[in-house]
Design a binder for this molecule. Sequence first.
Ligand SMILES: [Zn+2]
Ligand SMILES: [Zn+2]
Length: 399
Amino acid sequence: MSSPSLEALSAELAVLRPRMDAVSLAIHARPELKFAEFHAQQVLTRWLAEAGFTVTAPAGGLDTAFVAVHEGSRPGPYVAVLAEYDALPGVGHGCGHNLIAAGAAAAAIAVARALPAHPGTVAVIGTPGEEMGGAGKVRLAAAGVFDGVDAAVMFHPGDRWLTGRPGLAAAHLRVAFGGVSAHASVSPWKGRSALAAAQLFLAAVDAMRQFVPPTARLHGIVTEGGKAPNVVPARAVVDLYVRDRTAVSARDLVERVRRAAEGAALATGTEAEVSETGPLYAERRNNAVLAERFGDAVRALGVDIAPLDPDSPAGSSDIGNLSQRMPVIHPYVQIAEAGTPAHSEAMREAAATPLAHDRAQVAATGLAEVVAELLTEPWVLAAARAEFEAESEKGEVPV
Ligand SMILES: [Zn+2]
Ligand SMILES: [Zn+2]
């Protein structure tokens, strides 16, 4: 055991396990898309209130957000455990956020029970709308919900144990083309096809691929492409994500994508309008000090967790923006066979299994240990802060 509190926290988590499973499975069974997570908010806040946390819901101007706070016996650090609980269209909880949410609440409650006289504040912050560019954490931060928070921790389900991996910066674009409708056979020359513009635009994006950094990701879907084959489409819409290792590079790519849209419009006699459907997700800065504290805790519980892998393939999350404001960790917890893709039916099924809940219990114990150390061992927060400040000084300012 890496600290005297780990044993006590493990015991609390074992007691909390049945409720953790019930909350997780209730959320899993009723998948709710970004900013409509009312049921998840209710089951989580009810549990936290029963456990003695002071609940504020809604919070930060978001109907489905919440802040649940357990004040300690004296002043000290403010540590937040983050709960995500939104699902995906089509695949429900294919990202396993039911486990994040129930595990976050369990971790915080375990700390409050094992260390009832702890200094400082332990909070669960319910951050809705992580998927689909919802940027819930960015919106909550802008509303001041994270003011005064010294560190934020969460875990994420996946197909392997990792103390952390990079997250790309991501811009969420909508490119709308406006043309002129006409009969597609009687008088097509009177029309201008917005769909032709969208096709040309996507071809231009493909032509760019060799000339963007190897770390960039440009990917989109056609969300509108006309209404009927016999009508020249007057409107076509492409939703596209532009990602790269830094927000600075992503912004640069957004400008090139914008010019590709304008070029496609020029060629087809249409108009292009490029907008962002949500805030830019900044790149993730994993706090190595806290990631290793989590690693040590779960290793002491028998898990063979790999250290931070800077070269791991990556998605994006609004945790990136928070990681520019304070030390954060976002370790990965294996709940499915290696190779199981995220955002899939297979991951959704895995997220409801007893194995996934065994692993979530271990991960929640690890988070609880990190929170307990941040509250009670001053060197941990001091070291995390020193690393954060050193990184901030050398990093480019992203958004
Ligand atoms: Zn996720
Ligand atoms: Zn996801």
